[in-house]
Ligand binder design. Structure first.
Ligand SMILES: Cc1cc2nc3c(=O)[nH]c(=O)nc-3n(C[C@H](O)[C@H](O)[C@H](O)COP(=O)(O)OP(=O)(O)OC[C@H]3O[C@@H](n4cnc5c(N)ncnc54)[C@H](O)[C@@H]3O)c2cc1C
Length: 416
């Protein structure tokens, strides 16, 4: 089937010969999102609906959301809640319905796989010249489909800083706390002042933590670091502390942001989700964005946006696509021969990341060769990353995703 998708460049036709991705087959065991259908039937409805929508792509949608990661999944869903607008969600990666995404305990198998952009940092003199891998999700759900599933709110001081910088109290901790409560479906001890129930995001205290985790907390307490019932309530208002983490895992299954927000709306006629689609640049009329150029099904296509284009491509790809579109530091753009649409300093600058590291129990009795192999495997899967988390938040993973989080100035002392 062919669909002309660009009214201004009639020669471009979109051909759909590709086998459709099997959305939601088999792996999703969650509820049927209030549809009254068993989960498998709902998944089938989604698959058929998306097949139909993909085979009839339009030249223009009201909104085009680029990137289906943690942020794009929420934006696409919230827009699609209005049945009167059409939403196109574009994702470079493929379907998330594979065991390594769905089964919480398989999360490390995504790192270095086709579901990872596999970026590599420049060699860093502060890391003995090493060049560390920078994993980023390339799959429906983006990072939320390959991450460690820790549910970690921002600290009060960070939110209040954002509010003062933006001059907008909506960013303040007091305001955002109410949003956190609204979006959570908290399955720990009831705490209505801090935690919410009935929202789209399933959260629970790490079930069955490794015995090292409570021992770590005891260790923190013994050196005077306050410990908390969880990391997302009072601890985010304090000077520092430690707790067992909260996780977005239900019955051993990952609850990604994509599954929590977007998937439940994918049986609707106004939300089209395209996978294996690389957004290459924005289209303009003067300085007004009119749509996107994308690489899909072996060809370049253009799709118009009647109302807005949202770029939610992650911390590396969002500035990259902006720069490819001519938005950024004009000196850098001119060096690369990219026509400047808008000179904007800061695009592609100030990238920050946080450290991840591994502590694995090792037995002195294991043969040396085996210990070295284990260590090398671990180093490949759990690379060190720099610099540090905002507000000194550090997580220590002990034998899986169920671990201890600590925050504040003393955090690294505890965690390292
Ligand atoms: C290994 C790992 C573990 C983590 N652990 C945790 C954790 O336990 N808890 C936590 O809170 N956070 C964790 N994070 C961080 C968290 O997942 C990210 O901060 C979050 O997902 C970022 O959301 P985003 O929407 O900005 O980008 P992303 O989630 O990265 O989404 C961007 C999306 O855009 C797509 N995309 C990019 N370029 C293009 C293009 N040109 N065209 C089309 N699509 C494109 C990508 O494929 C991706 O799906 C972890 C991250 C990683 C990598």
């Amino acid at each position: 089937m062919s669909t002309e998708i660009n009214p201004t460049r009639g020669e471009e036709k979109m051909t759909h010969s590709k086998t459709e991705a099997p959305f939601g087959q088999g792996q999703n065991v969650g509820p049927a999102f209030g549809s009254g259908l068993p989960a498998a039937d709902f998944a089938q409805r989604v698959r058929l609906n998306q097949q139909k929508l993909r085979s009839d792509l339009k030249p223009q949608y009201d909104f085009i959301v680029c990137g289906s990661g943690s942020s794009g999944s929420v934006v696409a869903r919230r827009l699609a809640e209005n049945p009167n607008v059409s939403v196109l969600l574009l994702e470079a990666g493929g379907d998330d319905d594979v065991p390594s995404v769905m089964d919480a305990d398989k999360w490390p198998t995504n790192l270095g796989s086709e579901r990872d952009w596999n970026f590599q940092a420049q060699p860093n003199s502060h890391l003995n010249g090493r060049s560390v891998p920078l994993s980023m999700g390339k799959v429906l759900g983006g990072g939320s489909s390959i991450n460690v599933m820790t549910w970690a709110r921002g600290h009060q001081s960070d939110w209040d800083f954002f509010a003062s910088e933006a001059g907008d109290p909506a960013w303040s901790y007091a305001s955002v706390l109410q949003i956190y409560r609204r979006i959570e479906d908290w399955h720990g001890a009831p705490d209505p002042a801090y935690r919410g129930t009935g929202g789209p995001v399933f959260v629970q205290p790490a079930p069955d933590p490794n015995p090292i985790a409570p021992a770590m907390l005891e260790g923190a307490r013994s050196v005077g670091i306050p410990t908390f019932e969880n990391q997302n309530g009072r601890m985010m208002e304090g000077e520092g502390g430690a707790s067992i983490i909260d996780v977005c895992v239900r019955d051993g299954k990952r609850q990604s942001v994509f599954r929590s927000y977007t998937f439940p709306y994918m049986d609707r006629p106004n939300l089209t989700v395209l996978t294996h689609t690389l957004v290459t640049r924005l289209m303009f009329d003067g300085k007004q964005v009119t749509g996107v150029e994308m690489f899909y099904d072996g060809k370049t296509h253009r799709v118009g946006a009647g109302l807005e284009v949202v770029l939610s491509l992650g911390a590396i790809q969002t500035p990259k696509v902006l720069m490819q579109s001519g938005i950024g530091d004009q000196a850098a753009l001119q060096r690369l021969g990219i026509p400047v649409v808008q000179h904007l300093l800061g695009v592609g600058q100030n990238f920050q990341d946080h450290v991840a590291f591994l502590c694995r129990p090792s037995s002195g009795r294991a043969p040396l060769g085996e210990r070295v192999r284990t260590y090398r495997r671990a180093r490949r899967k759990f690379p060190c990353r720099a610099p540090r988390m905002p507000h000194g938040l550090a997580c220590l993973s002990v034998g899986g995703p169920y671990s201890v989080a600590s925050s504040g100035p003393k955090a690294e002392a505890v965690s390292v």
